[in-house]
Design a protein around this ligand. Structure first.
Ligand SMILES: Cc1cc2nc3c(=O)[nH]c(=O)nc-3n(C[C@H](O)[C@H](O)[C@H](O)COP(=O)(O)OP(=O)(O)OC[C@H]3O[C@@H](n4cnc5c(N)ncnc54)[C@H](O)[C@@H]3O)c2cc1C
Ligand code: SF4
Length: 592
């Protein structure tokens, strides 16, 4: 059989002669992906009057119609368990760590986990809404280990300000140098367990301040067609009144209303098509329903498919002008991959056993958090982490008190005695009632190092169900990151001790890297198409524009040189807005 020995790409090319369907329309811009990055670029360009086509791999999703907010637990036909939803039956996420027919591989010794959402709005339908700006020292670090960005906080600040006003964020003005304040709505009040946390943390020398989240806690004259939050605590299911930020509700659907943004859903982009001069002329995609291949034409191509997926598209876009993949003359596409570090600890507060019942659902994001507070000169790792806190009374869900029978021998009953672990029947129900709302958890989210040795690349031996070559991950934690996780655990224990909590999780030691989660698990991956001034050491320039292909841009977390200890989405939004404005300026100058 003569086809044996041909590469998968070549085979695809031969077959595609018979299959490709060309769309003759020429768009001003094609945006790939509709999450935070793609959504913002589409919004800005469509509002400026450009004819924009957005290609989204997943189905259309409008929280107003599709959210499963305000359901009772017993309405779940599967007792809460998800099928296509990794976080349970009512959560908004379609996708997860593994998607049927869309594999990825890892080299031996790599534990990277890759979370993907497949739906309009991407992961922003079900993200935690914790919205932190990176600070001046995050853009220009002075630790000698982590690298500088080609831009400063001052250059990004006007875009953060515009994102704050446009989308809405709560928080408080604190004046902390590397935790810049935004334009805030009022924050939600701390819950009871959070008051204990704040007191314990203060004694442990750890600051606690009100949280910062993308939820409308006030009505704003600048924000139209969205309702204010009514504190159901269920942002993870997406909000039917658009009270929180999802790219679907706040960016893509409003942009469609301008008449300038067309969305094709269920469109899995394969590659960027370039001409003999190396410029992008369009993209090809597979319709995930009819499995046919299509091409569309655009004057500008903007990738916002998420950091690893955009790198995958670029690496798969090989041509005579871009033999190593479009924009990859540096060989750095896929390199410098980094997620945040993460570790956690849980326990309960004996003071809150048998507590009074009332509604403290609040917003579906954090009410309090601890920004990084330490002086690195005294530590064995650069940079730092912030702490997110959980626990308290929330709407019960299936299995939410499963931990109680494992720990109910630790606390004393009202008669001063302890029980045996486990239990069933009336005694177990009594324990559930007693422990409900007494739990407390804390999780660190820290700066991981962007290193060339951690990367994703194309696996030469594997394609997904659409025939597109998949990614293979190479990733190892460095000693600095392990040292950071150790510091997290010591801090958590100290706060737990000072607040009088009982620790219920096993305290992780060196054998488990102090509970440091596998890379990818914190779902903050970035750095795969880093920006920089030198085309030899970066993929994009400081505007997110490919050095090698001037009408190709990346607007997800790929352009990040190095994350701070802040969750990354607010920065994706600000940078995508900045890139979109740059594209408009270039078009005015007839450069794009
Ligand atoms: C459970 C959870 C909690 C989180 N909490 C927070 C938080 O509190 N704060 C924070 O800052 N961040 C948080 N994040 C991370 C946040 O969701 C991401 O940083 C953000 O969504 C990234 O935006 P993006 O546009 O790069 O990618 P995505 O939001 O992933 O969007 C990418 C889109 O592109 C589409 N796509 C992918 N490949 C293709 C292709 N080949 N062709 C066409 N379309 C494609 C996808 O279907 C998807 O819709 C959380 C994430 C999760 C999952
Ligand atoms: S907590 Fe507020 S913003 Fe979140 S889903 Fe409920 S009402 Fe909407």
């Amino acid at each position: 059989m003569y086809l044996i020995g041909l590469s998968i790409n070549l085979l695809h090319l031969i077959m595609s002669d018979y299959q490709i369907k060309e769309n003759p329309e020429l768009f001003d811009a094609i945006v790939v992906g509709s999450g935070a990055g793609g959504g913002m670029a589409g919004y800005i360009l469509a509002h400026a009057g450009l004819k924009v086509l957005m290609l989204e791999a997943g189905p259309f999703y409008d929280p107003a119609k599709d959210s499963l907010q305000l359901r009772w637990p017993w309405e779940s036909p599967r007792r809460g368990a998800g099928t296509t939803r990794p976080f349970g039956d009512f959560d908004a996420a379609f996708g997860g760590w593994q998607i049927e027919g869309e594999p990825y591989s890892k080299v031996a010794g790599t534990e990277f986990e890759w979370f993907r959402a497949r739906m309009l709005g991407g992961r922003t339908n079900h993200w935690g809404r914790i919205s932190l700006r990176m600070g001046p020292d995050d853009f220009k670090p002075k630790d000698g280990v982590t690298e500088e960005w080609p831009i400063t906080y001052e250059e990004v600040k006007p875009f953060y300000d515009r994102v704050d006003r446009m989308i809405g964020i709560y928080g408080t003005v604190e004046g902390i140098h590397n935790e810049p304040d935004g334009i805030f709505m009022k924050p939600p009040k701390p819950r009871l367990n959070e008051l204990y946390i704040a007191k314990g943390a203060k004694k442990a020398g750890v600051p606690v301040i009100p949280g910062r989240g993308a939820v409308l806690t006030e009505v704003s004259k600048d924000i139209k067609d969205r309702g204010a939050c009514f504190y159901c605590g269920q942002c993870g299911r997406a909000c039917k009144v658009y009270g929180d930020f999802s790219s679907s509700s706040c960016l893509v659907i409003p942009a469609m209303k301008t008449g300038n943004l067309k969305v094709i859903d269920n469109a899995m982009v394969r590659e960027v098509i370039t001409n003999d001069e190396g410029l992008a002329v369009g993209v090809s995609y597979v319709n995930t329903k009819d499995l046919q291949e299509y091409t569309v034409k655009g004057k500008t191509v903007i990738l916002g498919a998420s950091a690893c997926e955009s790198a995958r598209i670029m690496l798969n876009s090989k041509s005579k002008s871009h033999p190593g993949g479009v924009g990859n003359s540096s060989g750095l596409v896929g390199k410098y991959l980094h997620d945040s570090t993460g570790a956690s600890l849980s326990g309960f507060l004996p003071q809150l056993l048998d507590r009074k019942r009332y509604n403290e659902d609040g917003v579906g994001s954090v009410h309090i958090y601890s920004p990084w507070w330490e002086d690195n000169a005294k530590l064995n790792f650069p940079r730092g982490y912030h702490i997110e806190y959980g626990g308290g009374l929330h709407m019960p869900s299936y299995g939410f008190l499963n931990w109680v029978p494992k720990v109910n021998d630790i606390a004393k009953n009202s008669d001063g005695k302890t029980k045996a672990k486990g239990g069933y029947g009336t005694a177990l129900k009594e324990d559930f009632r007693s422990y409900y709302g007494a739990n407390v958890g804390m999780a660190g989210r820290g700066t991981a190092l962007a290193r060339k040795d951690n990367y994703c690349e194309i696996d030469p031996d594997k394609v997904d169900k659409f025939g597109i070559p998949v990614l293979r991950f190479n990733y190892k934690w460095a000693n600095e990151e392990i040292a950071q996780a150790k510091h997290m655990q010591e801090t958590f224990q100290s706060i737990m001790h000072e607040m009088g909590a009982v620790i219920t999780s096993k305290i992780p030691g060196a054998d488990t890297l102090y509970g440091l989660e596998a890379p990818g698990k914190i779902i903050h991956e970035g750095g795969t198409t880093r920006m920089g001034n030198d085309p030899k050491t970066s993929v994009l320039n400081k505007w997110g524009q490919a050095h090698d292909c001037k009408n190709l841009y990346v607007v997800d977390a790929g352009p990040f040189v190095q994350q701070g200890d802040k969750n990354l989405t607010w920065t994706i939004l600000a940078l995508s807005m900045r890139t979109a404005e740059y594209i408009l300026q270039e078009k005015k100058k007839l450069n794009g």
